[in-house]
Write a protein that binds this ligand. Structure first.
Ligand SMILES: C[S@@+](CC[C@H](N)C(=O)[O-])C[C@H]1O[C@@H](n2cnc3c(N)ncnc32)[C@H](O)[C@@H]1O
Length: 207
């Protein structure tokens, strides 16, 4: 309902703050909130080896489960979300966190983040934005990756030929999930996972 209203106002990112604020007031629950990091992330990060001073960024960090995992693994971690209440809540939840939590808009990133991160984590955020914003959002995620860096993308699966949804999440076809291959990013692996629903797990590297 919040999403539908925001979309009809032509302000497709406003409902996230409205939802987190309602959650903070105890009026609703945040449907995607998880108590632990996504299994795709835990598997992928284990394969990246020791942090060795590498910088990580978690896009659309929500209430922090993934960012806390990456930070605890020893990466110098920044995590951001467009919703100020999400960021305030996560700072309150993890007062001793090593993660640098920020309010930021994927669609208008700070210039200094361009190519600044060795490890970039994008889990089910771009699919929460209308398809008309997808090329911009995809390019913005890709822009964060430093030379030699790695990117994880996890999005819901839409089979080729299936009609696009009328409301979020807007699941990804194979062509859409492989479209992060820009700026020299190469797709190094792509598979479907079924936790908690059918999702792509795409891994990219910038050489
Ligand atoms: C579906 S939730 C996913 C949250 C988290 N990544 C997860 O896996 O549970 C989408 C998140 O992206 C955030 N978000 C939406 N648009 C954004 C934008 N333009 N910039 C930054 N964060 C955004 C929302 O506030 C929300 O926390």
């Amino acid at each position: 309902m919040l999403a539908a209203r925001a979309l009809s106002r032509g302000r497709p990112t406003e409902w996230f703050e409205e939802l987190y604020a309602a959650g903070d007031r105890g009026e609703t629950t945040v449907p995607w909130n998880r108590p632990a990091a996504a299994p795709q992330l835990t598997e992928w990060l284990a394969g990246l080896g020791a942090p060795d001073g590498r910088r990580a960024v978690v896009v659309g960090c929500g209430l922090g489960a993934d960012a806390e995992f990456v930070g605890a693994a020893g990466f110098a971690t920044t995590a951001f979300d467009i919703a100020p209440t999400a960021v305030a809540t996560v700072r309150r939840r993890f007062p001793d966190s090593p993660v640098d939590y920020r309010v930021a808009d994927l669609l208008a990133l700070p210039d200094e983040w361009a190519g600044a991160f060795d490890v970039v984590v994008e889990i089910i955020n771009v699919q929460a934005l209308p398809v008309s914003l997808r090329p911009t959002a995809t390019a913005a995620v890709a822009s964060l990756v430093a030379p030699g860096g790695n990117l994880l993308v996890v999005e819901n699966v839409r089979e080729d030929g299936a009609p696009p949804s009328e409301r979020p999440p807007w699941a990804f076809t194979r062509a859409e999930v492989t479209a992060f291959a820009e700026r020299g990013l190469e797709l190094v692996s792509l598979k479907q996972t079924s936790t908690p629903t059918l999702r792509w797990q795409a891994e990219y590297r910038l050489t």
